[in-house]
Write a protein that binds this ligand. Structure first.
Ligand code: PEP
Ligand code: MN
Length: 341
């Protein structure tokens, strides 16, 4: 149930509603907007209805949310898009996030050269994994702390906020030391204890769709982060497993309008991991923008042929400027601008 407070409701009135919701064993999530305060009451809907909050001091009206996810639902924000602010850059609404960088941090020269090129092209944020979820335990697993250090140096050099993956809770503090956005990879979308902890950390999160997760399961996973009071969540379509074998994963671009209909959270598309080959990345990027995505996260490398992982799909930095120009053009057509600091 969502409780919409009156314009000008006092702190005491909000606190009293929260108290009454908690008294019946439900949890209350207060979301203060510029004008309105909303209280999401999570738990037994009938019990909340029985509280008779309609008419209580400061309460305007109640909106029942029938969906299994509440805080992520579009109704929770009265139909409005959430606009996240990440290190001075907005994401959502008309602000499009162009996130780019290598699959993984390999060494100082590679990371700084890639970061510099991505910044010059006008990207919003820089990506790069220091902890890598690899299919084979014998493959390169990432540089770990040294990778984080190189990301921090890249940020210092370019000013770009950093998006980097957290694989394991034991690395949370180290990752928090550099990440402006914590990426939760496809393989961890249903690692619920990890989701709750990143929720508690309060740091913005990019939550990738699991390899075989439905749109609703992705939304439910986001709820684990939101319920900890962390409102800064972006959802990411990155391709799912289907019967098709002609490419690595099926990039489900219809997830974009499907998600935008159901949630206020920004929706990002990863056009790199599904095709797994760079010559298809441009068309999938442009299609994602046209489909209404709020951003894309794309793999870019200064020397892709030498890349340790995902070599075949990374776009060379020498071609990224041209790709960015096309992305900007399509973004303009759908009424968005690339977000910059
Ligand atoms: C990545 O972005 O580097 C990555 C590993 O993605 P995913 O979790 O979608 O496979
Ligand atoms: Mn990759």
């Amino acid at each position: 149930m969502m409780i919409v407070m009156k314009e000008g409701a006092t702190e005491d009135e909000v606190a009293r509603v929260v108290e009454r919701v908690e008294e019946i064993g439900c949890s209350a999530h207060v979301s203060k907007g510029e004008i309105l305060t909303l209280i999401g009451a999570i738990g037994n809907r009938e019990k909340v209805a029985d509280l008779g909050l309609e008419g209580a001091p400061g309460v305007d009206h109640l909106v029942p949310i029938a969906k299994p996810y509440k805080l992520a639902s579009r109704e929770f924000r009265k139909g409005e898009d959430s606009v996240l602010e990440i290190d001075g850059r907005e994401v959502g609404g008309t602000k499009f996030a162009l996130i780019a960088g290598p699959c993984t941090v390999e060494n100082r020269d590679q990371m700084l050269a890639s970061a510099e090129a991505v910044a010059t092209a006008g990207a919003t944020m820089l990506r790069g994994g220091a902890y890598k979820p690899r299919t084979s335990p014998y493959s390169f697993q990432g540089l770990g702390r040294e990778g984080l250090r190189l990301l921090a140096e890249s940020k210092q050099q370019t000013g770009l906020p950093i998006v980097t993956e957290l694989l394991d809770l034991r690395d949370l503090d180290d990752v928090l030391g550099v990440a402006d956005v914590i990426q939760i990879g496809a393989r961890n979308m249903q690692n619920y204890s990890l989701l709750s902890e990143v929720g508690k950390s309060g740091r913005p999160v990019l939550l990738k769709r699991g390899l075989s997760a439905t749109v609703e399961e992705l939304l439910m996973a986001s709820e684990y982060i939101l319920k900890e009071g962390n409102e800064d969540v972006m959802l990411c379509e990155r391709g799912i497993r289907t019967y098709e074998t002609a490419y690595r994963f099926t990039l489900d671009l219809m997830a974009v309008p499907a998600l935008k209909e159901q949630t206020h959270l920004p929706v990002i598309v990863d056009p790199s991991h599904a095709p797994g080959r760079r010559d298809w990345v441009e068309s999938m990027s442009l299609a994602a923008v046209a489909a209404g995505a709020d951003g894309i996260i794309i793999e870019v490398h200064n020397e892709p042929e030498k890349a340790i992982c995902d070599a075949a799909q990374q776009v060379p930095t020498s071609e990224f400027g041209e790709l960015t120009a096309k992305i900007k053009a399509i973004a303009g057509i759908v009424g968005k601008t690339i977000s910059r600091g």
